[in-house]
Design a binder for this molecule. Sequence first.
Ligand code: AMP
Ligand code: MG
Length: 286
Amino acid sequence: MGDGPNLGPGKVAEALEFRPGAVLDEIDPHGTALAPGDHGHTEAATAGLEAELAELQVRLYAEAVGGGHRSLLLLLQGMDTSGKDGTVRRVVGAMNPAGVTVTPFRKPTAEELQHDFLWRIDRALPRPGNVAVFNRSQYEDVLVVRVHQLVAESEWRTRYDRINEFERRVVDSGCHIVKVFLHISKDEQKRRLGDRLEDPAKYWKYNVGDLAERELWADYQAAYQDALTLCSTAAAPWYVVPADHKWYRDWLVANLLVDALRDLNPTYPPPGFDVAEQRRLVAALD
Ligand code: AMP
Ligand code: MG
């Protein structure tokens, strides 16, 4: 349990960034080292961050109304039950839904398969002023596709560079990217799968196919290690979020988003009218 280090702006991002030489297997999914306090204290801190997130999001939205072109993309990856949906609920819940789009990426449709793997990704990017959330992403094309050998190795090997080039272009166009890997332990996955079978209100979340994927745990971890290593770039770094504790995960993701938006520091556009004159006109209305 963290003993309350008061981290300054950017410190969480700095601590979680996956850097060259980092080894996923050495990062503890159960850790809570950065937490500002115990469970309750951390949840209170998250609520404070979410209020700031909401305010910053409105500013980003307003900036675009005034002609700004900037936007934010939160990209979520993680093993089954790692908390992608829970994070979406939490993050989206904190923001004005009018400015947020959430896109889950599943097994490609027949139409999607007729295009390059980045086609469906490109279409889901945020418009100016918006926040887009990806539940899975282009990385599935070097994860599940690699683990299940859905395309030849000579093909998926080329995709790391192509993803980097794509993300570079997206960032250059004004979209800030926050890529989060929700890192859970195999034990925690077992617990969460079990929980889903204890409550009829959770059966819908249970997928029998998840058990077969779990058998491939080591292959997935190896594929993640490569994706994180090869695609954590200066333009779009990867962040590894220890996610066994939901309260800690939420606090970390809220921090990453608030940090990103503070850096962008979106500004309300100046009025396109004479405020004093409009005040007079409104005061004179019957
Ligand atoms: P869920 O996120 O639980 O709705 O599951 C979505 C499923 O779609 C997961 O099993 C993913 O691995 C799979 N999926 C996502 N993208 C791809 C892809 N590009 N190729 C094959 N399977 C994918
Ligand atoms: Mg699933």
